[in-house]
Every structure is written in structure tokens, then in C-alpha cells.
Design a protein around this ligand. Sequence first.
Ligand SMILES: Cc1ncc(COP(=O)(O)O)c(C=O)c1O
Length: 365
Amino acid sequence: MKIEFIDLKARYIDEKEQLNKIFNEVLESGQLILSDKNTNLEKNLSEYLKKKYCVTLNSGTDALMLSLWALNIKKGDEVITPTVSFIATAAAIDHIGAKPVFVDVNEDLNIDVEKIEEKINDKTKAIVPVHWTGKMCDMEKIKDIAQKYNLKIIEDAAQAIGSELENKKPGYYSDIATFSTHPLKILNGVGDGGFLITNDKEIYEKIYKYRNHGVVTRDNYEFYGVNSRMDALSASIVHYRLDRTKTLIEKRKRNIDLYKSNIKTNNFKFIEHKKNEIESHTMFVSIAEDRDGLQKYLSENDVQSLVYYGTPLHLQNASKKHGYKKGDFPNAEYLCDRVISLPFHQYLEEDEILFVSDLVNKYYK
Ligand SMILES: Cc1ncc(COP(=O)(O)O)c(C=O)c1O
């Protein structure tokens, strides 16, 4: 039995009829970039996430950069963020000229809220929590800290469409929440894409123009902007998939629950799911002893697993210039040595999950 990690081919077969219809409709319309497809998607996303404004963009990375820029974060400023995330979170802060100030993570791989305050000083301007894996951070506490020190919050919700904590979706407590619609995200298009949401009209209008070269009319550019436009095909496909997200999350949850009831070894631990949360299950990360050995064993048995992420951000070469070193964030370093993602996508059958579970049990016996 060969089990692959990525579901994109299976997803195309499942949605083929509808996707081909969208493809034809968009091409026939002759409007390929920033069309009414974007406007419709933006309207639906704002409604879904209960925020006033949404801007579709070229990627989740751009969504972060444009948010930092719109909040006037600049050279010399510091921005607090967890040391476990995709590199884009730290890179966006660095690109804007600010310093990413890392904080260690909890057992659930999210930012350790108790360790935020010790990193705050006069240069701190914002907190960028990351709902990494699709499990939401404790946003209420983060909001309290931000209010106490007058800091902005940009939620990196690249992986968290569909997530909720205490019935609150990403964006509820923050100035801006940013999302990615990269093909491997839970709500995805057929290429790069992203968007952000906010209740602040001024921020919205700034970013709305900035994503398209600062254009006001064809011959009037208010400031130098960038090209960060989502194409109409992606916008249409993301729109079509928005309604399907809930079912998809449920199917992935079913597979995760199957793993939880069939893997029986203390050497392989699941990250706890809390009663008051909905996880988007964009990722399924577990903690395995002898992770590399397990991964090799799975691969020898034709099961693809992935490591997200083997190195925390503070130990990446890219972060060297900010002066971090090994030992700075012990929890993150411990966990990154052990994280492993088993295949769990929505097209896997029960017998496939049981097959992988048995392999994990056998490996540790
Ligand atoms: C936590 C996080 N932030 C930001 C990004 C960047 O999103 P994009 O790939 O759309 O630029 C990703 C993408 O994987 C991510 O996982």
C-alpha cells in the first residue's frame, strides 16, 4: 500500500467538473485579474470571518508584509512572534526593516503567552501570533497584553481558515488577520494567493491601493505600491471551496481521531485537542521519539510523512543577523527535533490510516 502525503491530484478528480466549469467561465469572461470574482470573494470572506473589510492578495507572505507596512511598522521597530512558524512570518517582519523578536512555544507549538511580556521594550510595536497547524493561540490573553503596552496585533492565520477558539474566529481580537490560499492550505486556490481582513477603514483603503501599485485611477497613483493581486481564476476557485471547507475539516478530523484511537505507544504523542476549539487541521503535527528513525521506517514501507519544521526560526541561517543561538528557546528546540506529520488528508480511507497506525506501533515495539 503506497500512501502519499499530498491530496491535490485526488482533489482535482473529486472537483473536476466544477473546476473545469470555473476555468471556462473565467477565461470566457476575459477578465483575468482583479475582476468581480475578487470583489465577490472579498465580500463572502468578510461575512464568513465577521469583519468589515477583506483584501485579496498574491500570497499570505504579502498579506503579512502589507499589514506591517499599513500599521507603520518600520526600521528600528521590534515585532514579537513565535520561533516556530513558517519562515515567511519572520521574513515579512525583517523585510519591513523591523526585528523579529522570538518567543518560545508551548507544548501545542503555539506562542507561550506567559513569555511575551518579558520581551517587550520601547521598540516593541506589534505582536504577530501564529495559529500554527490551524490551532488558535490564546488571543484573549494576547489582546490583554497588547492593550497594556499599546501594541498592534497582526494574526498570522495562514493556516487557520475554519479555526475557532471559544466561538471566535481569527481576526476577532486583532487589528488585522492574514491568510494564505496556497494549494496546501485548507482553503486553497490553484496557485499562490492570500488575503487579509480588518475592521479599520483606513488600513483597508491603504492596502487596497497598495496591492495594485497605489492606483487611484489609471493615471493617478497616490504612492508607490506593489503588485500583489489575486488572479480571477484563483479567486473563483477559493470562493467555490469556501463552502466546502467545513466538510473537509470534518473528514480530516475523522482521520486524526482514527490515528488517536489506534496508535498505542508512549513514544508517539498527539497534541491535545481542547473542547472549546475547532482546529482547521491544515496540518497534523505529532511528537515522536526517534523521529528520524520512524520517518525512515515509514518511507521504507511506502508511507510518506513530513517534518514541519525541523528547525525553529531562531536557528535558521536567515536569523543569524539577529543574534540568536542554540539554547535560546528550549521548548521549541526540543519539539522541532521530534515533530512529524503523518498522512491524514481527506481522501485517505480508514484502512490506510489503520495501516499507518500499525506501522507506528510496530516501529516502537
Ligand atoms: C504560518 C504561515 N505564515 C505565512 C505563510 C505564507 O503564506 P504564502 O505561502 O501564501 O506566502 C505560510 C505558508 O505556508 C504559513 O504557514
